[in-house]
Design a protein around this ligand. Sequence first.
Ligand SMILES: CC(C)(Nc1nc(-c2c[nH]c3ncc(Cl)cc23)ncc1F)C(=O)NCC(F)(F)F
Length: 296
Amino acid sequence: VPHDQTLFEERHLCYISPLGKGNFGCVELCRYDPLGDNTGELVAVKKLQPNKGSNLEDFQKEVKMLSVLHCDYIVKYRGVCYSMGRLSMSLVMEYLPYGSLTGYVWTNRHNITTRRMLLFSSQICKGMEYLQMQRYVHRDLAARNILVANESLVKIADFGLTKVLPFDKEYYRLSQPGQSPLFWLAPECLNENKFSHKSDVWSFGIVLHELFSYCDNSINPKRLCLQEIGQNVQGTSLSMHLANMLASNWRLPAPPNCPLQVYSLMKDCWTYDFDKRPSFSDLSNRFMCFRDLIAG
Ligand SMILES: CC(C)(Nc1nc(-c2c[nH]c3ncc(Cl)cc23)ncc1F)C(=O)NCC(F)(F)F
């Protein structure tokens, strides 16, 4: 596929297998094979859920948002494929063969060094720094939404919940509680549906916790929070319980064998007051120093 090509003909898009369900639809592994000889490129095709009209606009917004992102640490947009005579469309992205970070880190937990975890962390941080420059708030930063391109490269993906900040405001207020998973959300998101670069920094801290826990499901953020809340979740909603815990300064415990400097950086991302949280560029600089400092 010539890389400037942004229009994929449906008849050459050969379905191979399902990849998963993301925000706004399912994603399938396909081969774009115009020569019909199986030499075509593997691509990830995100199909829009059918007959959800409103989603078509949002979907076209996601396509538009992705098409202008050019960063080594963000999944590459390849183009679109129209079907049913332009009534439906699919988003075509590069296919990353190693899959999502959660699966990769857990499967390879015995031979991923701290050094490589810090490399992945700094790449996610740089990808978020780039997004911030474009005034994009991801709103769903989580290890499951990071893809592994190869042993030493990860990329941010799944921009289904991403919002562009208005030119005159540094935060985005959702009209009603969104579908972001609670356990990755900053207090101001839980309490006021307020999303910003600084709430993405909070989620980035949660991603570090997942990463340095080797994405071990038995100690994932949801399970640790629910353990802390205990079984006595009466009337008060889960998000209220979580907001109260965070307000009384409860935070996720340090992952087993996590370097102290890394845990202290996570805690900085979880500063209650969003104005006092570090920015992604502050965090990038700190990772630069770490990688020399922490062996492994
Ligand atoms: C919904 C979907 C498909 N889920 C999965 N994608 C891939 C997966 C594996 N390789 C991929 N290459 C490109 C893309 Cl867009 C996805 C994959 N692998 C496993 C998934 F569950 C996805 O988009 N997840 C968000 C992402 F992981 F991408 F951040």
